[in-house]
Design a protein around this ligand. Structure first.
Ligand SMILES: Cc1cc2nc3c(=O)[nH]c(=O)nc-3n(C[C@H](O)[C@H](O)[C@H](O)COP(=O)(O)OP(=O)(O)OC[C@H]3O[C@@H](n4cnc5c(N)ncnc54)[C@H](O)[C@@H]3O)c2cc1C
Length: 478
């Protein structure tokens, strides 16, 4: 942590607690629902300095640092920001995070750094995330961002998947002097940053600015290439790559196994979000049409993806957008903040309800969903009370579009085509320990969602950074 004079803090701590708090400004719901632009209004310099000076600088290790998966030195960054030393603060974030401009926008701060801020006990937490956005934005505008490149090692590493895990890994490997080549089945880089998270949470401009830093540092990108189909990991080794990092995420939408699931008008969340939020030129040719959703949309599921689908459907002009979830709001896995914003924008919620059949109209498209009411029964193995159907309670909802946001599975193709690479649970990649990302196949490393299952941008990025250390050690031992 920075050397902050202790006598200064002693006198100052109480005063800081009572400094005025202003919540983050957001565009009004009626305005923001008309476009896919940013919802949050960025902090300005005065507001940033004032907000940072609310930090009471807890003794090391501060709870916010411990809660941050990158262990960003947040108290020191706050100290620098309150003095207007924005570039130094941005540099501090970049020491521990490869994607601070992105994590600061998409992390569930209320569950991580902000959630653990001691001010929560009696006041509002310091807005750590928006302050990180402010300084990294300032840094890019004022001096630009460059990834430092190390002395060339003469070793090439292939990174499969170009999402946050690979970006974290690549940033570290570039600093160590290794040559980087990304391969991805999608036409453009970014993984779910580009092809999942909606623009109103993370604009594509932010992703592509960061991506350009990788290109400037010499990394190459080959899109439209599925490893396991177009070429194998063994072929990459034959092409001269000394190590391979696998970060292919979990790209397969979970099925409902419900009659009528394949009707026109029933979307999978990934397909819907990609078409709704991504510039058609960045999409594979067969996906370039925007979803035609009509007036009444039902989203099935209770996670953050469901909230993203609700909010995207409202922005596409749907008049009645309803989330259907089989448990109660208390059991919903998605974040409260996203759900609250969906509500403000007009989404409705129908709890203890399970779709049992998708019904076609005369034109063969989806026209209604038959549902059954549920009640909560005994807790399951994870302690969550199981939803149980209430017999005879079936009813129908008239709809134009249904979107299934039920969770994700890994694509088994890498495991099936890579001899010696152990996988488990339908394709998740087995690693010896999550710190090293070492797999059962020598020279192959892995991290991100394809190891942990669906998680967060920040955890995937941290996994990639840790794997880079093992890859470097492996390359130097060769
Ligand atoms: C709709 C949605 C919203 C989300 N919102 C948030 C949020 O707000 N905040 C947050 O922290 N997290 C969020 N997440 C989770 C977060 O996006 C993921 O945890 C994170 O992107 C995982 O990173 P990754 O690098 O492991 O995989 P991914 O980002 O999934 O990237 C994997 C890449 O590998 C490519 N690929 C797959 N198979 C192959 C193959 N065989 N060959 C070549 N390439 C391949 C894919 O095309 C993809 O580009 C969200 C997820 C979804 C689905």
């Amino acid at each position: 942590m920075q050397n902050i004079p202790s006598e200064y803090l002693e006198i100052d701590r109480k005063a800081r607690v009572y400094m005025p708090y202003q919540d983050l400004a957001r565009r009004p719901p009626a305005e923001r629902v008309c476009d896919f632009g940013d919802v949050v209004i960025a902090l300005d310099s005065d507001r940033a300095m004032l907000e940072a000076s609310r930090c009471i600088h807890c003794p090391d290790p501060a709870p916010c640092m411990l809660a941050c998966p990158c262990h960003n030195d947040i108290p020191s960054a706050m100290w620098l920001i309150e003095q207007g030393r924005y570039i130094e603060a941005a540099n501090l974030y970049r020491e521990t995070s490869s994607l601070p401009e992105i994590c600061s926008r998409v992390c569930p701060h209320e569950q991580l750094c902000q959630g653990s801020c001691v001010l929560n006990k009696t006041h509002e937490p310091v807005l750590c995330g928006p302050l990180e956005t402010f300084v990294t934005c300032y840094e890019r505008k004022v001096q630009g961002v460059a990834i430092p490149v190390g002395e060339p090692s003469g070793k090439k590493v292939a990174l499969i998947g170009a999402g946050p895990a690979s970006m974290g890994c690549a940033e570290q490997l570039l600093k160590m002097g290794h040559e980087i080549a990304f391969f991805d089945s999608k036409p453009a880089p970014g993984g779910l940053l580009t092809y999942g998270i909606p623009n109103f949470k993370l604009s594509k401009e932010v992703i592509f600015c960061r991506w350009s830093d990788f290109e400037k540092a010499g990394a190459t990108f080959t899109g439209n290439t599925t490893i396991g189909k177009d070429k194998t990991i063994d072929e990459l080794f034959k092409e001269g790559y000394a190590a391979v990092f696998v970060a292919v995420g979990v790209g397969i939408d979970a099925k409902m196994e419900t009659p009528g699931e394949d009707l026109a008008g029933v979307y999978e969340a990934t397909d819907f979000l990609m078409r709704a939020n991504t510039d058609p030129t960045l999409l594979p040719e067969h996906m370039r049409q925007r979803p035609e959703i009509g007036k009444r949309v039902v989203v099935i599921g209770g996670g953050d993806t469901a909230s993203d689908c609700l909010r995207s459907a409202l922005r596409l002009g749907a008049e009645e957008v309803t989330c259907v979830y089989r448990r109660t709001e208390k059991e919903m896995p998605g974040g409260r903040k996203d759900r609250q914003m969906a509500r403000e924008e007009g989404a409705r919620f129908r709890f203890l309800t399970q779709p049992v059949r998708f019904i076609a109209g005369e034109d063969g498209r989806l026209a209604a969903i038959e549902c059954i009411e549920m009640q909560l029964g005994e807790p399951d193995a994870k302690g969550r009370r199981k939803p149980v159907p209430v017999e005879g309670s079936n009813f129908s909802i008239a709809v134009d579009t249904a979107i299934k946001a039920l969770g994700y599975w890994p694509d088994p193709v890498i495991g099936e085509t890579t001899p010696g690479l152990e996988v488990h649970d339908w394709g998740l990649i087995s690693v010896q320990d999550k710190e090293s990302g070492t797999t059962t196949r020598p020279g192959v490393f892995s991290a991100g969602d394809c190891v942990t299952g669906p998680d967060l941008v920040v955890t995937a990025m941290v996994g990639g950074r840790k794997a880079a250390l093992s890859i470097d050690a492996y390359l130097r031992s060769q």
